[in-house]
Design a protein around this ligand. Structure first.
Ligand SMILES: O=P(O)(O)OC[C@H]1O[C@H](OP(=O)(O)OP(=O)(O)O)[C@H](O)[C@@H]1O
Ligand SMILES: O=c1cc[nH]c(=O)[nH]1
Ligand SMILES: [Mg+2]
Length: 213
């Protein structure tokens, strides 16, 4: 597994406002959107392209275009939905598949409650969107799900990651013969005893959409 922490002053600035407990939901949603576009720029460095011949007003040249099959973007509901528009701005021709997952706040175990994805993902570059990599359980389960459908090239985009979650994810994926890259805006200090990222930003889903229950 490759971990890429995007080190850029604009990312750090926006992330600081996002973390602030006084930032309201509309601002939180806008900053998430802006941050994802910046992260997506890094995350799509290896998106597959193919040569294409075109003619400019001055003459012929060879450029590139996104290669088939189309990339698959997979937001993990709920909070990952807040990252979808920012991602699609950079990859407007990508297709979107949905995974609904929730973490049991007592056991911290992740479970899947919804899915809408093609049966066969082989040959597709998959971009998983989930703002928080905390224990890593949700992302590990999402990646397992995608590889069972044949995905063989997976990049996850997160706003924040905890060192414990990165370690767990790495251990959980070690027998998986699929390249996985995690792109994040920051690697935080640790998890607290409730499995929340410290300093983190709180509950991403609740800050985007309101308290779930
Ligand atoms: O790394 P983990 O320990 O598995 O935790 C991370 C997950 O927890 C949050 O989802 P949550 O279960 O709160 O669902 P929500 O997005 O609907 O709020 C977050 O959006 C991640 O999906
Ligand atoms: O810090 C955390 C951990 C899990 N889920 C969140 O939304 N925030
Ligand atoms: Mg939540």
């Amino acid at each position: 597994m490759r971990l890429h922490v995007v080190n850029h002053p604009l990312v750090s600035h926006k992330l600081t406002v996002l973390r602030d407990e006084h930032t309201d939901s509309p601002t939180f949603r806008r900053l998430t959107d802006e941050l994802v576009t910046l992260l997506a720029y890094e995350a799509t460095r290896e998106v597959r392209v193919e040569p294409v011949d075109i003619t400019t007003p001055v003459g012929p040249t060879t450029g590139v275009r996104l290669a088939a099959p189309k990339p698959m973007v997979v937001p993990i509901l709920r909070a990952g939905l807040g990252m979808l528009d920012g991602m699609m701005r950079l990859l407007p021709t990508a297709e979107v598949g949905f995974l609904g997952m929730v973490r049991n706040e007592e056991t911290l175990a992740a479970s899947t409650y919804a899915e809408r994805l093609p049966e066969d993902l082989s040959g597709r570059q998959c971009y998983v969107l989930d703002p928080m990599l905390a224990t890593g359980g949700t992302l590990a389960a999402a990646i397992q799900f995608l590889t069972h459908r044949g995905a063989d090239d997976i990049t996850a985009i997160c706003l924040l990651a905890a060192p414990e979650g990165v370690e767990n994810l790495e251990a959980g994926l070690k027998d998986l013969d699929v390249p996985v890259t995690v792109v994040t805006a920051a690697l935080d200090e640790m998890l607290n005893d409730k499995g929340y990222i410290v300093p983190g930003l709180g509950d991403a889903g609740d800050r985007l959409y309101g308290v779930a229950h």
